[in-house]
Design a binder for this molecule. Structure first.
Ligand code: NAD
Ligand code: ZN
Length: 248
């Protein structure tokens, strides 16, 4: 409890907070983390459904995974207290941005405005040839006719607007993230194992720029030793108390 109070004090003292979120923030919305052990997700191998070379080799693998697992989970998932509290911090003028590795779109649904989705968004799609964009409901309709779904304008393959393994991050989003980090006074990493790039380096950039570094994660992370504060409690519990303690 003392730790949450300390973070609450820092939030009250800060004006340019950057919150960085990982899969743990959406776990309480029913979306399994990478290392989640839900049976259906285990039927599909992330080395295949999240890999760009495999996507082009056998697009039906991704699209079967999407139809059977991802789409039903996304349609049920609602923003939880953590997403809503982060949006509240922004509306109170405390937050510079939320930088996320998540692709579920739940920060937007919770009302956050300045969101940098490093890995894209799995609710948006585009034709690989003519670039026509599709929403999830439109793609689900196309999937009823054909799997993999085909572009209604040119019949080419449709892909999700996510960054697959084997693809580069969008440099515009990365440079916006770096700009926000150069101005941030408190960096809160929440629900991320902080092992993959750029998750492993963003907290370091912020800290080198003079920001305080707080990590909220159930399990230990490799960056705990350099953090100013580590809280091993669920993100929703911590953020709820932080928002309740904001002084106007
Ligand atoms: P990760 O799965 O590697 O780590 C999640 C961390 O969250 C774990 O260390 C776990 O201890 C912690 N955690 C779980 N529930 C928590 C809770 N309620 N409160 C606090 N901590 C909690 O996730 P990552 O670091 O984000 O990396 C996963 C990769 O997979 C990313 O590239 C991401 O794009 C992708 N991914 C995204 C989603 C999503 O969009 N929701 C879900 C799964 C994976
Ligand atoms: Zn097309």
């Amino acid at each position: 409890m003392e730790l949450i109070e300390k973070l609450g004090d820092w939030v009250n003292e800060s004006k340019n907070i950057v919150v960085f979120t990982g899969a743990g923030v959406s776990a309480e919305s029913g979306i399994p983390t990478y290392r989640g052990n839900d049976g259906l997700w285990e039927k599909y191998d992330p080395e295949k459904y999240a890999n760009i070379n495999y996507f082009y080799q056998d697009p039906s693998y991704y699209w079967n995974f999407f139809k059977e697992v991802r789409s039903p989970v996304l349609q049920k998932a609602k923003p939880n207290i953590a997403h809503k509290s982060i949006a509240k911090l922004e509306s109170l003028g405390k937050l510079k941005s939320v930088i996320t590795q998540n692709i579920d779109g739940l920060h937007k649904e919770a009302g956050s405005k300045n969101i940098l989705e490093l890995h894209g968004n799995t609710r948006m799609f585009s034709c690989i040839k003519c670039k026509t964009e599709y929403r999830m409901d439109q793609v689900n309709k196309l999937l009823e006719k054909h799997l993999p779904p085909e572009c209604s304008k040119c019949n080419s393959l449709i892909r999700p607007q996510v960054v697959f393994f084997g693809e580069n991050l969008n440099p515009i989003i990365l440079s916006r993230a770096e700009k926000d980090l150069s101005q941030c006074d408190l960096f809160i990493a929440a629900g991320s194992s902080l092992v993959v790039q750029p998750a492993a380096s963003l907290p370091l950039i912020a800290k080198n720029n003079g920001a305080r570094l707080a990590i909220i994660n159930i399990d230990p992370t490799p960056l705990d030793s350099i953090a100013d504060l580590v809280i091993n409690i669920s993100v929703s519990e911590v953020f709820l108390k932080i928002v309740q303690g904001i002084k106007s």
